[in-house]
Structures are given as structure tokens and as C-alpha cells.
Ligand binder design. Structure first.
Ligand code: ADP
Length: 603
């Protein structure tokens, strides 16, 4: 992930591009906050009339050039009505502004977060297998939950404060500059100090936030490992180990959070101090003879009120800065994932009803970051409809070879061909549509039995087709014993199924897919004889008429294969039929002796 580190600025820009999509709501919100900010300045402006109001008697009229065009305030009685009325109007405007601004900013923020989260998830699913191999799942999970939530915090509360108080600051500053620009130079003089402090604090906030996120990734990762592996943890006394691993991540999180809090709590009073120093300077200069002559009491009062009103929004802005920076740091890591290149899908060849001729031509493959080649000089041709059994010691490269075909892992170009066309020249979706995969590790989703069989592209399958697939996979027998049959909920929080039952569901899924190419990774674990017989039978049915690549552990599968390919250390060491290879007395015959003790299969 390091090679595409997002700059803080890049993350801002990209977040803004999300915000822009909801511009009408944003416009409403800004209008609201402008009203709110104007209300603040108007309140300070009211002070301008206070001395006159005090001076006014029933006889004495004071004229204000600006105001006189609209209303005429002349007597003390006029002022008694004007002030409450003005306060009322200002508060009402502020109230409406606050509502419009507040609601619509949250509307924008929640929508941004929603879109961001969906884009992130969608992008994650398009990432290549190599990405999943290289990234801890805990980090991914915490990015999609914790980091997105951090952006939410920044986008909702913080953005609201940023826009509302930011506009208030702008309005108040404009007002004081309008009243007396010379005196207002004090603010210009103070601003670099404030900016430097905000800048340094922001950088620190982002640094610590980044570490907090990483530690959350650790926390999620350790928990999910310990939860999924609870049996191993219990059986091997892993409690202390897991607890200390968890504690490390959690305490690292604590330390970084405290560092962040320290910067947060220091920067606010420093900026407050600077603000009040500015106000002190204002008094000093404002009461100096030269400036005093320029302003009447009312204007000076209004000026100081406006300047003092600046303190609160400035404080709120600094306080919210840590939240904003946390959001930006979170957005950075979200955008890093979103910038990781998706799977390469540049082929244009369609794959419609392929015959299923598979060829590996001088294939050489090495996993990224691994020194030795994982597969070398693989030459193998699997004719349409043939079954090829891959056998060999574990680590020989069988799974790797099988995973290259649906492009779970990408091989070098022009080394693997289906019907004479290189894999990468096909459209990726087309290629995968024509390959059914049954893995050892069967993944069932939290859904009904039917939903699990008709998963993904198969979701439109008719009930009859699902039923038929289940029957072919010998799954109907046990499905019928479930409380709600096909509609029984399975998956993590559903009915627990046995290993054999899960396998039969996976087979039913592959049968329903009805793809011309089949990749099977036989389970090594021993099943009871009954399940074994069922599964064997189901497997044979599935293989009929398809080009099948099977990582075989069962003698019966191996014996019936059209071709047995013996692999060792990433190479093909022997090819032939069961009888041929036995007669040869080479690697296969050794393996056969070792695994099956030379026994003949029972069927
Ligand atoms: P088999 O299926 O025959 O047991 P594999 O294809 O799983 O063998 O593994 C072949 C070799 O590739 C092994 O040395 C294994 O450690 C290595 N390997 C497997 N998967 C990866 C991976 N994702 N990254 C790096 N090396 C891997």
C-alpha cells in the first residue's frame, strides 16, 4: 500500500469531489450558514446604536446615514421598540439559517460517506487475489468500518462546525475591517502565528490518527483470528498469547490516542491565548489618541464586540481540527485502497460455449516477492471433456496451477490458453462464467440453502433447476431433513452442516453453474463411508462432459482420470494413466505405495 501514499491535500481534493456531487444540498446549507454568520455580525452591529439609544431623549433625534433610508429612529421610545425587534429578527434569521445549514450539511456528509463506503466495498471486490494475499483481512475490515466512521465524524460534526464557524469568522472579520481597517491590521499580524500552530497541529493529528487506524486494524485482525480459531485457541492454551497480542494493539491505540489528545488540548488554549492577545492589542491601539479620533463610541463598542465574538468560533474551529484531520487521515487510507489497481481485465475475446481445450505452454510462475519459481516449465494439454488428476506432495504447486486458470492469480502472458486463446485475451467475466470451482474450503453465505446453491450469477435459476442440481449432488436427502428444506437459513448464524453436507452444497452450486470447465480441489479430510460414496458419485456425474482439472486425493478419482499429472517442486515429473504410471515404477508408483499402501480401491 506504501507505493501510493495519498498526500493530505490529495485526500482533501478527492473528498471534495465527493462533496461536489451533492452541490444543491451544499448550496442550501451554505446559504443557511451565511444567514447564521450574518446574524452574528448583525448582533455586534446592534451595539453601534447602543450609545445613541442611551443618549436619545424624546426630543433628540440622531441620524444614521445607512439606517435612515429604511427606518427612522428618533426617540427613546423608538429605540425601545427597535432593539427587541432587531434581536428577534436576528435570532429568527439565525435560527432558520442554523437549521438549513445544519440539516443540509449532515445530508451532504451522510451521502458522501455512504457513497464512499459503497465505492470502497465495490473496489475491494475488484482487487486481484495478490492484494488479498498481501493484506491482513483485519485491516480491510477496520478500513471499511472504523475508518469510514472516522470520515463520517469529520464529514458531519466537523464539517458543520467548519462551515458554520468558518463563515462566522469571515463575516465578523469583514465587519471589523469595514468598521476600521487600520485597527484590523492586528488580525493580519496575528494570523501567521495562528496558521503555523494550526498547521503543525494538523500534521501531528494526521500522524497519530494514522497510527490509531493501524492499531484498530490490529485489534480487528487479532479478534477475528481468535474468534474464528476459537477451538485452536482453547485446545492449545492460546489464551495468554492472544490476550497479549490483543493487549499490544489495544495499548498502542491508547498511547496514540493520548498523544493526539495532548496536541488537541494544547493547541486550543494556545490559539485562545493568541486571540485574546489580539483583543488586548485592539484595546491598546483602539484607545490610542490617533484611532480614538476616527471612531465614535458606538462604532468602537461594535468593533470590540465583533472582535470578542471571534474568540468562540476560533476556539471551535481549533477544537474541531483534530476531528477533521482524523477524517482526512482515514480518507487517505481509504483512497489508498481505492487507488490499488483493480484486476487487469483488458481482454476483448468473448467466450461463448467453449469446447474446453486447456493448454499450459512453457508456463513459468513465481509469486510476487518469492525467490524460487513456484511453477516451472509446465507443458500440459487437457482435451475437451477430459479429466486430469493433479497429484503430488503438498507444496508441489497443484493449487497454484489450478488457481491460475480462473485468474485468481495472474500468470505471465501467453502461457495459458483456452481453445487456443490466451487467458488474458478473454473478458475476465466471460472466462469465469465458464469455469466452475469447488474448493476444499467451502464457503457458505448467510442465506437459505437455495440461495447458497444459486449464488451470484446463478441467482435467477428456477426452483426446479436448483432442485435438480441438489439431487445430482446427492444433497436433496439431507436438505429434506432440514426444518424448512430449501429455505432453511444456513451460514454463520444458521444451521450447522457437516463437512460432507457442505461439500455436496458446493457441488450442487457447481452443477447448477453448468460450466464447461471444472476445477475441483478434493477434500483431504476423511469423510464417513456413506458421505464419501455420495460425493464420489456426485463428482463423477459433475465431471461428465466437462474438462476437469482435479487436485485428487481419492484413489477412485485418480484411477478414473484420463490423465494423471504428477507434480513435484513446481514441475511436472510424470504424466500418464494409472496403469501406465504404475508400470513405470517411478514417482507415481512411490506416491501410490505411500498414500494408499498399494491397496486397490474398493469400487
Ligand atoms: P499444493 O497445492 O501442491 O500443496 P501450492 O500450489 O499450494 O501447492 O503451493 C506451491 C508453493 O507456492 C508452496 O511452496 C507455497 O508455499 C507457495 N505459495 C502458495 N501460495 C502462495 C502465495 N499466495 N504467496 C506466496 N507463495 C505461495
Amino acid at each position: 500500500m506504501d507505493n501510493n501514499k495519498q498526500s493530505g491535500w490529495g485526500a482533501y481534493k478527492r473528498l471534495l469531489s465527493y462533496v461536489r456531487q451533492f452541490w444543491p444540498a451544499l448550496l442550501l446549507s451554505i446559504t443557511g450558514f451565511v444567514l447564521y454568520a450574518l446574524g452574528q455580525s448583525a448582533f455586534a452591529g446592534l451595539m453601534q446604536f447602543l450609545p445613541a439609544a442611551f443618549d436619545a431623549t424624546p426630543e433628540k433625534a440622531i441620524s444614521y446615514p445607512l439606517l435612515d433610508d429604511y427606518i427612522s429612529l428618533q426617540t427613546a421610545a423608538d429605540y425601545r421598540i427597535f432593539f427587541p425587534l432587531a434581536v428577534g429578527v436576528i435570532m429568527l434569521t439565525r435560527g432558520v439559517g442554523s437549521y438549513l445549514g445544519g440539516y443540509y450539511i449532515v445530508y451532504v456528509a451522510r451521502n458522501v460517506v455512504n457513497r464512499l463506503r459503497q465505492d470502497l466495498f465495490k473496489h475491494m471486490l475488484s482487487l486481484p487475489g495478490s492484494f488479498y494475499n498481501a493484506t491482513r483481512s483485519g485491516d480491510l475490515l477496520s478500513t471499511i468500518t472504523f475508518n469510514v466512521e472516522q470520515v463520517t465524524g469529520a464529514a458531519t460534526d466537523a464539517l458543520k462546525v467548519l462551515v458554520r464557524e468558518g463563515l462566522t469568522v469571515v463575516a465578523l472579520l469583514s465587519y471589523v475591517f469595514y468598521l476600521n481597517w487600520k485597527l484590523s491590521m492586528v488580525f493580519i499580524f496575528m494570523s501567521p502565528f495562528i496558521l503555523v500552530i494550526v498547521g503543525v497541529a494538523s500534521r501531528l493529528f494526521r500522524k497519530y490518527s494514522r497510527r490509531i487506524q493501524d492499531s484498530m486494524g490490529g485489534v480487528t485482525h487479532v479478534s477475528s483470528e481468535a474468534i474464528k480459531g476459537f477451538q485452536v485457541v482453547k485446545a492449545f492454551g492460546g489464551r495468554d498469547y492472544e490476550t497479549s497480542r490483543f493487549g499490544k494493539s489495544s495499548e498502542y491505540n491508547l498511547r496514540q490516542s493520548l498523544k493526539l489528545a495532548r496536541v488537541d488540548e494544547i493547541s486550543t488554549p494556545i490559539i485562545q491565548l493568541l486571540t485574546f492577545m489580539a483583543i488586548a492589542l485592539l484595546f491598546w491601539f483602539g484607545l490610542s489618541p490617533s484611532i480614538k479620533g476616527e471612531m465614535d463610541t458606538g462604532t468602537f463598542l461594535a468593533y470590540i464586540t465583533a472582535a470578542s465574538l471571534l474568540a468562540k468560533p476560533l476556539r471551535q474551529l481549533t477544537q474541531v481540527n483534530s476531528k477533521i484531520q482524523r477524517g482526512v487521515a482515514a480518507a487517505q487510507s481509504i483512497f489508498e485502497i481505492m487507488e490499488t489497481a483493480a484486476e487487469i481485465d483488458q481482454g476483448s475475446a468473448e467466450m461463448i460455449n467453449p469446447r474446453g481445450l486447456i493448454e499450459f505452454r512453457n508456463l513459468n510462475f513465481r509469486y510476487p516477492g518469492v525467490e524460487e519459481s513456484t511453477l516451472s516449465d509446465i507443458n500440459l494439454r487437457i482435451n475437451p471433456g477430459e479429466t486430469v488428476a493433479l497429484v503430488g506432495r503438498s507444496g508441489a504447486g497443484k493449487s497454484t496451477l489450478a488457481n491460475l486458470l480462473p485468474r485468481f492469480v495472474d500468470a505471465p502472458l501467453q502461457q495459458i490458453f483456452v481453445d487456443g486463446v490466451a487467458l488474458e485475451d478473454y473478458r475476465l467475466a466471460d472466462l469465469r462464467k465458464n469455469i466452475a470451482v469447488v474448493n476444499q474450503h467451502i464457503v457458505l453465505f448467510q442465506d437459505s440453502v437455495a440461495g447458497n446453491i444459486a449464488y451470484g450469477d446463478l441467482a435467477d435459476a428456477s426452483a426446479e433447476a436448483i432442485e435438480k442440481a441438489a439431487t445430482t449432488a446427492h444433497a436433496t436427502e439431507f436438505i429434506n431433513t432440514l426444518a424448512e428444506g430449501m429455505q432453511t437459513q444456513i451460514g454463520e448464524d444458521g444451521v450447522n452442516l457437516s463437512g460432507g453436507q457442505r461439500q455436496r452444497l458446493a457441488l450442487a452450486r457447481a452443477i447448477l453453474k453448468d460450466a464447461p470447465i471444472l476445477i475441483l480441489d478434493e477434500a483431504t479430510s476423511a469423510l464417513d463411508t456413506e458421505s464419501e460414496r455420495y460425493i464420489q458419485d456426485a463428482l463423477e456425474t459433475v465431471m461428465q462432459g466437462r474438462t476437469t482439472l482435479v487436485i485428487a486425493h481419492r484413489l477412485s478419482t485418480i484411477e478414473k482420470a484420463d490423465k494423471i499429472v504428477v507434480m513435484d517442486k513446481g514441475q511436472i515429473v510424470e504424466t500418464g494413466t494409472h496403469t501406465e504410471l504404475l508400470a513405470k515404477g517411478g514417482a507415481y508408483s512411490q506416491l501410490y505405495q505411500l498414500q494408499f499402501g498399494g491397496a486397490h480401491s474398493s469400487d
